[in-house]
Design a protein around this ligand. Structure first.
Ligand code: MG
Length: 451
């Protein structure tokens, strides 16, 4: 063998790591806000210098991840499924899935970096060369025409799939639009999570808002009046007037109204051909979802708050049209791939919910690349001009002309995070980033759930 070919052979030897000897040594977080909401970025450190990146879901506590640290120290992060099964009992639906999911994503990033392979390749390879993103648009605009203009701007940026809000909060202030028990609408005008209570009274006030917003749809007593439905129909008609009839337009945030009101609204908007109607009622009511889907031609969608594939099974059997898991709630990358494949068996498409940083977006893009029935991935940060600068290593913009294109780089493909940018966007109360978490090293309890 000539020296040149020997060097060539060495070039192909993995020099990132010795995967069999890789060990988890530390776990730290950076709690940021505004990208577009608040979330905790996660780093899992190893004895070989490579670092795995994850993210705790928007609106969730970093504690959900940090409490897992003592259960992972000393382990080989490449044993992803084994470690996931160890920690999965500490996740739950909604934001409570955030810790397990963040860790699972960081383990995939580490395994990819250790072996020198991108995550989508470890999942079975590509179904597509680029990942279609849909641009979400919050309902800040007073009229359908204004919202339509905003959506049109997104189309001009290259987005080929859109989503907007249509529901209770757009009409709640208009006399005669909503039938409501006195005072029932008031708690929805506040956001419990944005308050930072100091006194006992302020804490009780926050808890009261929290409790009121946790009343599930069938029990609020809120209904759309015919006038309310007229206004909502006019709103989407105006939007369609601006954006045209062809671009897919999904609908979210209908409000805490009943199944019957969801059916009335769905029938009203059928002629505007929504891509889907999302979370009309809590996902737990699979039988009501069956009734909803059977009552309208609008594709019915739910799933962003479901932890683990088992939670999707009753909904898949109830014949909804689209599922919408969030990788930062489901349990992470492999669980979402399994959920997508299970949905495909039932003839159900998978869109992916995502409202966090480039870590979450890229993790989702790997699953979207490797799952056949994928439809579109949410992008919620069109207006966040520092969003791309959070990460180092992927060429920006990450979402270009409405699509994400993954690279051949190992793991997620992100080299590191930009600490300078993160420091400019700390959550209230956070004093720094990647601070020591030694207090979590010895947390232990006998957690077996059977005897
Ligand atoms: Mg949603």
């Amino acid at each position: 063998m000539t020296s040149t070919s020997a060097e060539g052979a060495l070039d192909r030897v993995n020099s990132n790591s010795r995967p069999s000897d890789l060990r988890i040594t530390d776990m730290r977080v950076a709690e940021i806000t505004g990208a577009p909401f608040r979330s905790a970025l996660l780093k899992i450190y190893t004895n070989q210098g490579i670092v795995g990146l994850g993210e705790v879901r928007d609106g969730a506590s970093a504690t959900y991840a940090l409490m897992l640290k003592s259960r992972l120290l000393g382990e080989n992060p490449c044993n992803i499924d084994k470690l996931f099964r160890r920690i999965k009992q500490f996740g739950g639906h909604g934001r409570q899935g955030g810790g397990v999911s963040a860790v699972e994503i960081a383990l995939w990033d580490l395994a990819g970096k250790a072996y020198g392979v991108p995550i989508y390749q470890m999942l079975g390879g590509r179904f597509r060369d680029r990942v279609r993103c849909y641009a979400d648009t919050d309902a800040e605009k007073p009229s359908g025409l204004e919202t339509g203009k905003r959506l049109k701007e997104r189309m001009e940026l290259g987005f080929t799939f859109l989503k907007m809000d249509l529901g209770l909060m757009q009409i709640a202030h208009i006399p005669g639009a909503v039938v409501a028990p006195a005072g029932a609408l008031e708690p929805f005008r506040h956001h419990a999570g944005s308050m930072l209570p100091r006194t006992l009274d302020e804490r009780r006030q926050r808890n009261a808002i929290y409790d009121a917003q946790n009343v599930m749809h069938p029990f609020t007593g809120l209904h759309f009046s015919d006038k309310g439905l007229d206004l909502l129909e006019q709103y989407i008609a105006e939007v369609r007037e601006v954006i045209g009839p062809e671009v897919p337009l999904a609908i979210d945030h209908v409000g805490h109204i009943s199944l019957q009101d969801g059916i009335r609204l769905a029938r009203r908007i059928e002629k505007y051909t929504p891509a889907w109607l999302e979370d009309v009622i809590p996902w737990q009511y699979a039988e009501q979802y069956r009734q909803l889907q059977q009552s309208t031609s609008v594709p019915i969608c739910t799933g962003e708050d479901i932890y683990l594939k088992e939670g999707f099974e009753p909904l898949l059997k109830s014949s909804i049209s689209v599922i919408h898991p969030d990788l930062l709630t489901t349990g992470g990358i492999l669980e979402t791939k399994k959920i997508g494949d299970a949905a495909q068996d039932h003839g159900v498409a998978m869109a992916i919910h995502m409202a966090e940083s480039p870590i979450a977006a890229i993790a989702a893009a790997h699953v979207a690349t490797a799952t056949e029935n994928f439809l579109a991935l949410e992008y919620h940060s069109v207006e966040v001009d520092w969003w791309d600068d959070i990460q180092i290593g992927l060429p920006g913009p990450i979402v270009k002309d409405g699509f994400i294109t993954l690279t051949d780089k190992p793991g997620l493909g992100i080299d590191d995070l930009n600490d300078e940018v993160l420091m400019q966007h700390l959550q209230p109360g956070a004093t720094g980033i990647w601070q020591p978490t030694d207090q979590w090293d010895d947390d232990h309890s006998w957690d077996r759930t059977w005897s």
